[in-house]
Write a protein that binds this ligand. Structure first.
Ligand SMILES: NC(=O)N[C@@H](CC(=O)O)C(=O)O
Ligand SMILES: [Zn+2]
Ligand SMILES: [Zn+2]
Length: 427
């Protein structure tokens, strides 16, 4: 099968250029101006943006265990609709992939159901409880590409130290949800004036920073690739920046909601504004953006966390933590960062595709290039549209961004040469 994309405004390594892209079976075979060839399918992109497929290394698909919230089919359709061609799924599912057997089963299920590339994190400990380590080698052999206990932090230095040593020996990344539970005190939003006004229990910055400081020292000692999930505090960015200067092998991600929302926007007890880590302050948002712009934070990850309507109704005191992200991320980032002149489209592509690929050693992804796997996405950045629940492919419609007017709508997503999403009306 040969597919020719005509008039693509393609974000290439050498800059954004108007080109034609020829795809043969699973690969890009030629990128050039005016390719004249016979192809089974010719699609006129009409000057719209073509990006290397987006990569999200932090998503929750709830499969197995909570498929009322999401499953691999709906999650991967949400990914495709958001322009993502690769996702890495977190292991806070039931059962937790903490043995080779469970891991193998998950990997097989993921691969058979997903319409995008999918990789699975193994857990760091049995049942993710900070006690007994998994058999890392066995999990790696069964398909784990990295390890994480996301949803919970590792509560003792001893367990983290052992985990880092063993994961380093296997040369895989450790992605950390940093949260000291002894400091959490049943908090549901950022500790501060807004929490006081609303009468809601707060989550202190130390919950994140104290454990992060501990981990950075253990990472320095062990040399492991330590990746910090969903950084939320200015102080965390500073700690990571210093550790990088000191030569610690630390990388980090930020979620769109931590860039664009803060506690002052929580004007009432609203479960849609509840996520972990919580929305922080304007100063934190600015520091996260600076961290992205200066390279301290290498990538954007959505932390796509779908929940049922019931789980996100009522008070923040009892609602579940987390919001969905795959289908809104690009639009929000394009509108609020690129359109407003804060960064270039090339930078955004670095954070959403090229750098996740580089940092996590994802082969044949992150760049539009002849000879590479044809993972790409076509974005219409000229037409404004409204984020609406009814359009979501995800089972989770729990996001405070519903109703926002944005630019950057996915028109087409291609995974290994196969069109997995195409907006109706597109030729
Ligand atoms: N981020 C969240 O608020 N929730 C995540 C867990 C996590 O990422 O820690 C979830 O699984 O729902
Ligand atoms: Zn987490
Ligand atoms: Zn998460």
């Amino acid at each position: 099968m040969r597919i020719l994309l005509k008039n693509a405004n393609a974000v290439l390594k050498e800059g954004t250029q108007l080109v034609d892209i020829l795809i043969e079976n699973t690969k890009i075979v030629k990128i050039d101006t005016n390719i004249e060839t016979n192809a089974e399918r010719v699609i006129d992109i009409e000057g719209q943006l073509v990006l290397p497929g987006l990569i999200d290394v932090h998503v929750h698909f709830r499969d197995p265990g909570q498929t009322q919230k999401e499953d691999v089919v709906t999650g991967s359709h949400a990914a495709a609709r958001g322009g993502y061609t690769t996702v890495w799924t977190m292991p806070n599912v039931d059962p937790v992939p903490d043995t080779a057997e469970k891991m193998k089963k998950m990997v097989e299920h993921n691969r058979s159901k997903s319409i995008v590339h999918i990789e699975q994190y193994g857990s760091i400990t049995k049942k993710r409880t900070s006690e007994e380590l998994v058999d890392f080698k066995a999990l790696k052999d069964a398909g784990a590409i990295a390890f994480s206990n996301d949803g919970n932090g590792i509560q003792t230095a001893e367990v983290m130290y052992e985990a880092m040593k063993q994961i380093k020996a296997l040369d895989l990344p450790l992605a950390a949800h940093v949260e000291d539970e002894s400091l959490m005190q049943h908090g549901v939003m950022n500790e501060g004036d807004t929490a006081k006004q609303l009468g809601l229990p707060g989550i202190s910055e130390l919950t994140e920073t104290a454990q992060l400081a501990r981990d950075l020292e253990i990472a320095r000692n062990t040399g492991v690739h330590y990746h910090v999930c969903h950084v939320s505090k200015a102080r965390s960015v500073e700690l990571i920046r210093r550790a990088q200067r000191d030569g610690v092998n630390v990388t980090a991600e930020v979620a769109p909601h931590h860039l664009f929302l803060d506690e002052t926007m929580i004007t009432m007890d609203n479960p849609m504004m509840k996520m972990n880590p919580p929305l922080r302050t304007l100063k934190d948002r600015q520091a996260l953006l600076s961290g992205l712009l200066d390279g301290t934070i290498g990538m954007i990850a959505t932390d796509h966390a779908p929940h049922t309507v019931e789980d996100k109704t009522g008070s923040m005191k009892t609602a579940a933590f987390g919001i969905t992200g795959l289908e809104t991320a690009f639009s929000l980032l394009y509108t609020k960062l690129v359109k407003s002149g804060i960064c270039t489209i090339e930078q955004l592509v670095q954070w959403m595709s090229s750098q996740p690929a580089q940092i996590f050693n994802i082969q044949h992804a992150g760049e539009l290039k002849s000879g590479e796997i044809a993972d790409l996405t076509v974005m219409n950045v000229d037409t404004q549209y409204k984020i609406e629940k009814k359009d979501f492919a995800s089972k989770g419609v729990n996001t405070p961004f519903v109703g926002q007017q944005v630019y950057g709508r996915t028109e087409l997503t291609m995974v290994a040469g196969k069109i997995v999403f195409q907006r109706k009306g597109q030729n």
